[in-house]
Design a binder for this molecule. Structure first.
Ligand code: FAD
Length: 380
């Protein structure tokens, strides 16, 4: 079969970058990831090492990043998926938090925070979700009011990726609570700001090495200069940036399907039952043939979306389409791959078990399946 999914979006510099990322993962990530899963966090030192090698803020121009483009970001995300290093919160830091500061920050803000984010000396998080408001972002209750030369922030956030490690957090808060979505603004809150504290590290079923936490703002004070962009424009900034976040989740799903499909082919080829390889049963061949055909379709579509995004042409609606399809397919196929591993699929010694659990959140965060359908349905 001719490989129509052969990838054309990457250039030579991207291929070199992938080699560099793969070496870093082989030496610095894969041997230690299981231990970080037990600890529930990736040590900050790993972030610093990644930063020194130019693996953070990959798509921002120097000195804010390593002067690459979304192709470089995509490679890092794919290598996380390939190796199952789900504890690394690098994509959220580099491809979600840093771009907000780069796009909406003024030059003082960019100069203050981005070079340190690029070297891994400042770890970033973004806090939108609250205990009573996730999908319905405009229902958040965190407020920020001006008081002299400060904003005073009150509220609570939850499920925040990189929450424990974070040294700067973009916080979504209402500056004009009566205006709903039109009264939301974004603030940068630095670790150590008076009134800001971190809650417990949340116990999750998957992404075990990722430090997800609660954050508290109790009359937290930040200088007026810590607002990102204009007051009350936060919601439109969020809507604009969420397309990239959704593509990031989709690319991860597509790579995870391909890698685990290959592992399942190899496993079922080696594993024998009733005197023959499990791969020789018609059920196995048909399941894997179906999976391969769907993985090819997804690859072509995901790469098309990456290419569109590199040309700044990926619409929010198409980003929702690719996230919805990629994560639903990933969850269905990984469940089938696990089944084909039998009891070994349920053991930690194979990647499939952990990947199956880690995949589940892809249908929830970054906007749930249902919210993706809401967005897509606006185009009907
Ligand atoms: C591991 C993890 C990491 C996360 N990281 C971050 C982070 O770094 N920063 C951050 O801000 N947030 C983060 N989140 C939060 C995540 O974005 C939210 O959990 C998600 O948006 C869903 O919100 P919710 O949990 O409040 O669910 P709810 O909004 O309460 O939804 C519950 C159910 O109702 C459905 N539903 C809601 N509205 C509708 C509707 N209009 N029509 C149909 N069905 C609907 C949902 O799809 C879902 O099935 C993270 C979550 C997890 C689990």
């Amino acid at each position: 079969m001719k490989n129509i999914q052969n990838r054309t979006i990457f250039r030579d510099d991207h291929d070199h970058f992938r080699d560099q990322v793969q070496r870093f993962f082989k030496d610095e990530i894969s041997p230690f990831h299981a231990e970080w899963e037990r600890q529930g966090v990736v040590p900050k030192e790993v972030w610093r090492k990644a930063g020194r090698l130019g693996l953070l803020n990959t798509m921002l121009p120097a000195p804010y990043g390593s002067d690459g483009d979304f192709g470089h970001a995509a490679i890092l995300i794919e290598e996380i998926a390939r190796t199952g290093a789900s504890g690394l919160g690098f994509p959220l830091h580099s491809d979600i938090v840093a771009p907000y500061i780069h796009r909406y920050g003024n030059s003082d803000q960019k100069d203050k925070w981005l070079p340190k984010m690029a070297t891994g000396d400042l770890i970033g998080a973004i806090a939108m979700t609250e205990p009573d408001a996730g999908s319905d972002l405009k229902a958040i209750r965190t407020t920020a009011r001006r008081d002299g030369d400060s904003y005073v922030i009150n509220g609570q956030k939850t499920f925040i990726t990189n929450g424990i490690n974070s040294e700067i957090v973009i916080v979504v808060a209402k500056t004009s609570p009566d205006l709903g979505a039109k009264g939301i603004s974004l603030f940068v809150v630095e670790e150590g700001a008076p009134g800001f504290s971190k809650g417990r590290k949340l116990e999750k079923i998957g992404l075990l090495a990722q430090d997800t936490s609660e954050l508290y703002f109790d009359d937290a004070r930040v200088p007026l200069g810590n607002i990102l962009g204009e007051e009350n424009k936060g919601f439109s900034y969020l809507m604009h940036e969420l397309a990239q976040e959704r593509l990031v989740i989709a690319l991860r799903a597509a790579m995870s399907i391909e890698v685990l499909l290959q592992q399942t082919i190899e496993y079922t080829r080696d594993r024998k039952a009733f005197g023959q390889p499990v791969l020789s049963f018609q059920n196995t061949k048909f399941k894997l043939a179906e999976a391969k055909s769907q993985a090819i379709m997804l690859r072509v579509f995901v790469d098309k979306c990456i290419a569109l995004h590199m040309e700044k042409k990926l619409s929010p609606e198409l980003a929702a389409v690719v996230k919805l399809n990629a994560t639903v397919l990933q969850n269905r196929l990984l469940d089938e791959f696990l089944q084909l591993h039998g009891g070994y699929g349920y053991m930690n010694e194979y990647q499939i078990g952990r990947a199956w659990i880690d995949a589940r959140v892809g249908r929830i965060y970054g906007g749930s399946d249902e919210i993706m359908k809401e967005i897509i349905s606006r185009t009907l």
